[in-house]
Design a protein around this ligand. Sequence first.
Ligand code: SF4
Ligand code: SF4
Length: 385
Amino acid sequence: MSSINLSKSIKEKALEIGFDSVGISPVGSFPESQFYKEWLAKGFAGEMKYMEREPDKRADIKNILPEAKSVISCGLNYNTDYPYSIKEYDRRRGWISRYAWGDDYHNVMKDRLLILLDFIMRISPGEIRAHIYVDTGPVLDRVYGKYGGIGWFGKNTCIINQKIGSWIFIGEIITNLELEYDSPVPDKCGTCTRCIDACPTGAILEPYVLDSRLCISYLTIELKGKIPLELRDKLGNSIFGCDICQDVCPWNRKAKITDEPSFQPRDGLYNPELSSLMKLSEEDFRRVFKGSPIKRAKRKGFLRNVIIAMGNSGSKEFIPHIKEALDDKDPMVRAHAAWALWRLEGEGSYKTLLDHLEIESDPMVREEIASILNLCEKDNHSTTN
Ligand code: SF4
Ligand code: SF4
């Protein structure tokens, strides 16, 4: 079979088994690989050390498969039929990123890539060498997605497909097969800057450049320690990820809807009530988020985010929950509860926090409470002057 016919059959099969987009690129060194190294060198990856571990492997696919000639990129749409965060803003409810409403996409993606690989093995001549990657290997998904024609790099740094928008997961098959290659899609962002203007933390420093350390998605999912004090109010009601720069993107306005069962919101994960989440014990957390991307944050990270959202809600009904969290078993939860109480009660939180400082033994929480007490004193000073 010629490479043209082989490529055509692979693409037809990919669409038949449920991928929404498929494109093929040659293996090569693209300008984005150099940009990625510079991006890492500037520290924009924050604590995501796994990104720094194998930059050369990430930059050159031949370090993974020396015979590699082609990358087949497959896109899976996860845009379920639910309103966007910016349309449904209720301060007493949290916002979970669209990609995390359902099951972990890795399994769905991997199963389909395996079916596709099996098909390729059966129809291809000669000895086939291939690797499957779903966000787990040192591969620049988006770079190969771009050069395979899946979409262009938006100014918000997401891959945008003209028909599907940016709600798209990408997985790859890397192979030694010579195939027919697609062309990269031209950038269609034009003069639009909506994503940059809407980002609450200014994380998109300039078009196409994201400082993860400022991004709410990084802060609520990847960052394991305390959320920097100066960024907490900017998190709003985001408790796991942030969709704002995608929600405002005009290319997502008419994005295709998927009925893939694995991506539909699990019960209670679309715009969930904050108070119900605060009750999760370690065991509840494991049970509720089994097989969900949210388990990545672990209970302490997730509850840290929920408490910040409560603090940002302006809703005094959360005060009893926050006071209870001051006694939580986890220091991370206690530390952020002190901040949230101050957010809702201002200098009125002074006595409660002082009492807790007396019984608190964890140095990190003690330090946090002490700095919040300073803020209370400043509040008091500015009211009395
Ligand atoms: Fe900004 Fe949110 Fe987009 Fe991150 S995900 S760049 S915080 S709008
Ligand atoms: Fe591009 Fe505008 Fe979408 Fe940003 S909001 S990615 S600038 S089209």
